[in-house]
Design a binder for this molecule. Sequence first.
Ligand SMILES: Nc1ncnc2c1ncn2[C@@H]1O[C@H](COP(=O)(O)OP(=O)(O)OP(=O)(O)O)[C@@H](O)[C@H]1O
Ligand SMILES: [Mg+2]
Length: 454
Amino acid sequence: MNDTKKRVKKFVKKEPELKIEIAEVFRPLLSEARRIKFYYGGRGGGKSYAFADSLLLLGRQKKLFIACLREIQDSIKDSVYKLLCDRISAWGLNDYKIFENKIENTVTKTRFVFKGLRDQDVNNIKSLEGVDIAWIEEAQTITRKSWNILNPTIRKDGSEIWISMNREEENDPLWVLVGSKPDERTLVCKVNYCDNPFCPEELKLQAEKCRRENPEDYKHIWLGEPIRQGDYKLISSVSVRNAFVSKILSSTSPLVVGLDIARFGDDQTSFCFRRGRWCMRFESYRKLDNVEVANLATNIIRSQKPHRLFMDVGGQGAGVYDILKDRGFGEIIRGVYFGEKALNEERYSNRRAEMWDEVRQWLSSKPEVQLPADEELLDDLTSVNKKYDRRGRLQLEEKDEVKKRLGRSPDKGDALALTFAEPVYDDGEPQIYGNGRLTYEDLFNNTAKRSNEW
Ligand SMILES: Nc1ncnc2c1ncn2[C@@H]1O[C@H](COP(=O)(O)OP(=O)(O)OP(=O)(O)O)[C@@H](O)[C@H]1O
Ligand SMILES: [Mg+2]
């Protein structure tokens, strides 16, 4: 035995008996053998702490390979790594050694790794085949696709999948697939802050205030009930997250740009770039004047040659539209008033409702569509509630209401919706006239050169 090993062994032996307390509801984590342990509920229920403590305890008893998983993990900071480190330090577990991206027990050789499921492809998911316990945190964000890859990967005899979730919507995929219809190998347990003996006073006060002032929010945030989205949300977070996952790498569909122009200081001016099923990216800016927005749009039209650039011309947008028209881009740009009557007046109370509903339909269409994985965009798209007017037509709630809830305007959501203002057909590359590039006559002349830039 080398010196370090001797020292570790001596130290661990001398350590006083640890008394890690696990609340009663979480005891089955340690004492029951089940394939799936599914805990769900509202904020402050003690799920994360109990999962972390239980795994650290088990990892001291024998060698385990533990994978801490979530849907998206751009950096280890997004994971439960920090929580585990804090718990190791709170309990003084000196037998755990913390590395940059893993945690190991120096005695039992238990190993914790941290991964985002969205980034796993068929090849590197194989590295998880030897996992003893997989902990899926924030499981409300897990897509059906990720689950269907993960479940058969965790295949070691006796392996377990631990799931902690704050319900988001009625149809959260893991709730539908696992929590709502448990078999005998699945433990499902609801825990709320009132079940957590360690719940800080501060959280209890916040919960109590919310119960008095906003019973609907209280049920969702503190009692873990899903938002009844069928009732009022236009776009479900499940459909948006599904679009974050797919990987379309190229498209020959025509480029369409949506431009939502900020009206007030805090809002952003956002450009959205979409080719058919593939929404490639957003570009957002703050505090631009009309000429600056027009210059950005001019550069985009010239360099990327969109088929159409749809822009919101309510408020400040009208000035930008005039500048672009004056520069000779009248064939490319189209102004849209969110409040104007819909193209399909029978179904929609105005243009805004029509365009947003196009986004909803696009997100649930097949084959899959793709959005850049962007939490701000997710918040935008799921912030808009629907209602119906007296003629039974779809209407969206007022923008001010959305703003109150979101704390800002859903600028990226509006920019994406604008790309659906009118159908755009793939009839070849756009040609630009004005400013000496092409004459109006050239535009209708087939000899004009086609660009291959995009
Ligand atoms: N074993 C414990 N020892 C000390 N404090 C604890 C313990 N378990 C939970 N807590 C306290 O309760 C709080 C809520 O616990 P935790 O964060 O695990 O809840 P959760 O169910 O994961 O909910 P959330 O959605 O808020 O993360 C923690 O911030 C911590 O203050
Ligand atoms: Mg938690």
